[in-house]
Design a protein around this ligand. Structure first.
Ligand code: 13P
Length: 288
């Protein structure tokens, strides 16, 4: 079975001190680009939809079918986890209902007790159907899907309490930021990561995986990060490849003569594959 929950994959990653990448999809091209990278490297992968991307594409059920059918039509054989990224309570419940393999319930903006109670509920619902759950402690900085977090460091006691709910992976704030990192960014807080990893055996998740220098990512993985999320880097590489294609004289694919997505979007799709493959290599994900 290609689609699977993430439990075995991420527990093995934590034990083996490598990470598995979680890449955001926004359309058919991204889906194909990311799945091609997983197949070409023969590694497991996590394909995730934010609430905004799912809304754009037509809903969670459509996204699940898109991934399922693309897996089939491309002949993908590596394990793929279909995951909800940064879901609120309603979105997490809907994705469990629809049949995702894994959901993130992001309750970081709720009072901690409410985050805890709702996380417990989502864990119960998801586990009853064999699905995995990611929770978040300490807000991740930057803006994702219009939600801006202040970028606090995860509190170790709160992280322990959330981990004890039985979540399968835990997103921790360690100075990471969604989107492009500012010039004056201080880097990842390895002291806090060490404290968290010493107390919590649950696989830990690093959001905001774009723009962090490779050495810092590699170090974080060696200390207990088992899942790294990447979105912005894919957006940037898609945009760059498309721009270069047009500037190289292919503007006839998008002018008065019409718009041919099959030509115009091909370089971007290839760039998504190349960027995903590069990240898989950074994360040390072993082939299966
Ligand atoms: P970036 O957009 O910074 O890569 O972050 C992605 C992410 O963490 C999605 O949850």
């Amino acid at each position: 079975m290609v689609l699977t929950n993430g439990n075995e994959i991420f527990n093995n990653a934590r034990k083996g001190k490598y990470a598995v990448g979680a890449f955001n999809i926004n359309d058919l091209e991204w889906t194909r680009g990311i799945l091609a990278a997983a197949q070409e490297t023969n590694t497991p992968i996590l394909v995730q939809t934010s609430m905004g991307a799912a809304k754009y594409m037509g809903g969670y059920e459509l996204c699940l079918h898109l991934v399922q059918d693309t897996i089939k039509s491309m002949g993908i054989t590596v394990p793929v986890v279909m995951h909800l990224d940064h879901g609120n309570y309603e979105a997490a419940k809907e994705c469990i209902e629809v049949g995702y393999n894994s959901v993130m319930f992001d309750g970081h903006d709720l009072p901690f007790d409410e985050n805890l109670e709702k996380t417990k509920e989502i864990v119960k619902l998801a586990h009853a159907k064999g699905m995995s759950v990611e929770a978040e402690v300490g807000s991740i900085g930057g803006t994702e899907d219009g939600i801006t977090g202040a970028g606090e460091l995860a509190d170790v006691e709160e992280a322990k309490t959330l981990a004890a709910t039985g979540v399968d992976y835990l997103a921790v704030g360690i100075g990471n930021i969604h989107g492009v990192y500012p010039e004056n960014w201080q880097g990842l807080n390895f002291d806090r990561l060490q404290e968290l990893a010493a107390e919590i055996s649950t696989p830990l998740v690093l959001h905001g995986g774009s723009g962090i220098p490779k050495e810092q990512i590699v170090k974080a993985i060696s200390m207990g990060i088992s899942k790294v999320n990447v979105n912005t880097e894919l957006q940037l590489s898609f945009a760059k490849a498309t721009r270069e294609y047009i500037e190289a004289g292919h503007d006839q694919d998008v002018n008065a003569k019409g718009y041919d997505p099959r030509k115009l979007l091909a370089p971007g799709t290839k760039a998504i594959t190349d960027t995903t493959k590069e990240r898989i290599e950074w994360f040390g994900t072993p082939s299966i």
